[in-house]
Design a protein around this ligand. Sequence first.
Ligand code: CP
Ligand code: NVA
Length: 318
Amino acid sequence: MPTSPRHFLVDTDLTQQEQSEVLDLARRLKADRWAHRPYAGPQTVALLFDKTSTRTRVSFATGIADLGGSPLVVNPGESQLGKESVADTARVFSRMVSTIVWRTYAQEGLEEMAAASDVPVVNGLSDAYHPCQILADLLTVREHRGDPAGRTFAYLGDAANNMAHSYLLGGATAGMHVRVAGPEGYLPDPAVVAAAEERAASTGGSVRVTTDPDEALAGADVVCTDTWVSMGQEAEREARARIFAPYAVDAAALAKADPEAVFLHCLPAFRGCEVTAEVLEGPQSVVWDEAENRLHAQKALLVWLMARSGRYDLATGS
Ligand code: CP
Ligand code: NVA
C-alpha cells in the first residue's frame, strides 16, 4: 500500500544509513547493468527542466528506461508550469507519473512541489543544492578510495554555490571530513554549514570552511571543484574569473593533497578556469567515472524512493 512519499530535495533527506543503502543498490545495479532485469519501481517519470542539462537529462532518461519505465522530459515553455501554480502541477503530475524530477532555480519551488505531490519529488539541481550529483560522487569515491567515512574531502572555488552546499551536507552525511575553501563573500550559507556540522556530529565527520585553499588541500583524499559561473550567473563571468583565480585546481594545488587523491568535477568543466586541462585529463582525475555514476546512483535512488514510499518491495522485487 502506498504510504507518504519520500522526497529527495536536499542531501540530508537521507540519513547516513539510507545514503549507504542507496549506494549499495547503485553498486549492484551497475554490476547488473546489461542483465536487463527491470525493477518494477518507476513507471513514467516526469523530468522537468527549467535550466539546461546534459548529464542529468541523459542519466535519468537512460536509467528510467533501464528500469523498465518511461522518461517524460518537459522542457521550459512546454507545460503550464509558470502559468498555473506549482502545487496544481504537482497534483496533476502525481495522479499520472510515479516520480517527479525537477531542475529549477528556487529550492522553495521544490518544497512546494513536494508538499502537494503524492509521489516522490527529486531535486535535479536547484540554486541551493545538487544532491543527486553527490550520490554519484560518493559512489565514485567508494570505487576509487573505499568507504568515504573518515576520508578528507576538499572543495575549492565558489563555496556559496549549489555544489558546495551539497558537498557539505552529503559529505557530512557520509561521515567525511569536508573542507570547503573560497574567497570572502563566496562562502557557504551559514545555515547550511550549521546543518552540516549537526549531521557530522552524528556520523563522525567534520566540517571546515576557510578562505585558504592550502588549508583545505593539505593531505586531502578527494579534491574537487566546480564551475565559477553557475547557470544564471553568466553576466558575472569576468569578475568571477578574477575573484576565484587563487582557487583554481592545477598540478601544484593537487600536489598538496594526498598522493593517492582523486580529482572530481561534476562537469561541465571549463579548462583554464577552475581546473587545468592537465589535472582534468590527468591520472588522478576520475571525472568520467563520476559522470557515468550519475546513471547508477539515480537508478538506485528511484528504486529506493519507490520502495520507501510503499510502491515497491525491494525484497521481493515486485
Ligand atoms: N553535473 C550535471 O548536473 O551536469 P548537467 O548540468 O549536464 O546535467
Ligand atoms: N554549479 C553549477 C553546477 C552544474 C551542474 C550550476 O549550477 O550551474
